[in-house]
Design a protein. Sequence first.
Length: 364
Amino acid sequence: MWSGCFKMKTTRAIQLGKLVIGGGSPVTVQSMTNTDTRDVVATSEPIRQLGLSGCDIVRVSVYDKECARAVRPLVDGTRIPLVADIHFDYELALLAMENGINKLRINPGNLRNEQEVRAVADCAKAHGIPIRIGVNSGSVPKDILARDGGVTAQGLVDSALGHVRLLEQAGFDQIVLSLKASDVRLMVEAYRLASRTFDYPLHLGVTEAGLPGQGTLKSAIGIGALLLDGIGDTLRVSLTGSPLTEPEAAINILKALGMRGGLELISCPTCGRTEVDIEDIAQRVQEATRHITEPVKVAIMGCVVNGPGEAKGADIAFCGGKTGSALYRQGKFVKRITEDPVPDILRMIDEHLQQQKLRNSTDA
């Protein structure tokens, strides 16, 4: 396993329920429901499913008082911290906080006056609720757009700075920032500049990234580049469609960088030398191991060209062959098989995890 590392910037720690955002804590994964928040039953189900998918934080839209009142049963029905997404109306923010919301997403510059900003800040402080300021390329103030001739990284940061100052002047500093754009290069530049400007935690994301596929790729490039720079404390992969696709994409980005546990599956792209159905084997192993959160590397290879080499770097490895396939454990040959390899692979994964737990308990 690659032993190199990249140092994450230590931002100030922001408490969110039992979670900590920033302060050197693990990067958290977020998503958002797409149901009518007023329908508690309909909204509770995706919150539950997102939690099972590995999501750490879930955001809900709060666009009227009925939504704000629905916050109470939603919060009471889950252990996942919930965020109220609110625009323009400070009374909705106050009502959501009184009903137990764990965090706000609101831009204070969109409120009407200093009194409203202070009312939100005072209520959030009294309840121990952090606020995310969410700037994106579609919400930059007109004066900054005119100054810069359009949306720029500096403009996004200056827009965020204006919102931050409003909260700081109201005596509030439990702030998380996001500076999202649909253009990957602009988004990366803005976050890099923000990281040099603020010590508040940064919520990473490519806004309106698109459908799964292209949207996932755009998000992986932008978010991955920043994480490799040591920038980022929490993230969302924003995809069109079911929110249940988002946590898996986000977690896979973190896994690829060694920042989240779980099963890492290495499988060859197949070629003319492939003599077994690698796609079927890999898919079945992946589906059967989605629940695993401990780190384990599994290689599924289709021929002898790269198979033995990958086996040396994997905890469990399968190398397919026409007349017989081979199984390896931590680079050492275990046995040859001619039947379906998936049951043996899953058994070996389970044995590896049990041995890992035993070693950890002995070390403790």
